[in-house]
Design a protein around this ligand. Structure first.
Ligand code: PEP
Length: 260
């Protein structure tokens, strides 16, 4: 179970460092069993060294929110995979719907970045998800399948720890209206089938499929207890240690029940 935070363009560096420090502190004093929950935070680029430092002794990995598909060059304002790995980044969010919407990112762009991430040993967290109009038109499955295929075509994935896919219905992001657990499960099953065809069962069964879209402590349990939901990509609730760790507690509970 992976609990991942996408801080987006929030907090300045001192506040980001303090948030990371309170996550570390919360984890070290957690009373419930979070032992097998995995954690990742994706702060803004300029926070990465400070956040990595604040989490040095905590079981939390650090990722970026995007990157360029080239190693280097005249791309003003961009950040490359070698830059991210050089400061200890392990993962990178790719194809977030906000990148697709505000920067016109296409599946081909996401694909080029996913190839690049793998070439540099970064775990791509590939985001997919339909709009409300597409859902109402009964197109959610085909849209999401198309995004998964577009992002991963030709991307070599040899083991489950080399990829994460996040299903983030656009209508649920930042709206306070999360998908129903069964709705999300249905889409995760579609993604799992797609990954199985592409990479085989041995890999696809264990690729973490995250749900994202208004996940909060109060709705996390229902979502995380679905068979194909392996964690959450969390936006606004990841901006406070209390709510981020509140979701983690629910993940821990689901894992504990699965062991019993
Ligand atoms: C996101 O944008 O990745 C996200 C899931 O945001 P929120 O949790 O705020 O809906």
């Amino acid at each position: 179970m992976l609990v991942a935070g996408n801080w987006k363009m929030n907090t300045d560096v001192p506040d980001g460092r303090a948030l990371a420090a309170s996550i570390a502190e919360g984890l070290s004093s957690a009373s419930s069993d979070l032992g097998t929950v995995e954690f990742l935070v994706c702060p803004p680029y300029v926070h990465l060294p400070a956040v990595t430092d604040a989490l040095a002794d905590a079981p939390v990995t650090v990722g970026a929110q995007d990157m360029h598909a080239e190693d280097e060059g005249a791309y003003t304002g961009d950040v490359s995979a070698p830059m991210l790995t050089s400061i200890g980044c392990d993962a990178v969010i790719l194809g977030h719907s906000e990148r697709r919407k505000y920067y016109d990112e296409t599946d081909a762009d996401v694909n080029a970045k996913a190839q690049q991430a793998r070439a540099h040993g970064l775990v791509p967290i590939v985001c997919v998800g339909e709009t409300l109009e597409q859902r109402k038109a009964g197109e959610a499955d085909t849209v999401v399948q198309g995004q998964v295929d577009g992002a991963l075509s030709g991307v070599p994935i040899d083991s489950a720890d080399e990829l994460v896919v996040a299903y983030e219905p656009i209508w649920a992001i930042g709206t306070g209206e999360s998908a129903e657990p069964e709705q999300a499960q249905e889409m995760h099953a579609v993604i799992r089938d797609d990954l199985t065809e592409r990479y085989g069962t041995a890999v696809a069964d264990d690729v973490p499929l995250l749900y994202g879209g208004s996940m909060k402590p109060h709705n996390a349990y229902g979502l995380l207890s679905q068979p194909d939901i392996d964690g959450g990509l969390i936006g606004s609730a990841s901006l406070a240690a209390e709510s981020f760790l509140g979701i983690a507690e629910k993940a821990g509970k689901v894992l504990e029940e699965a062991r019993d």
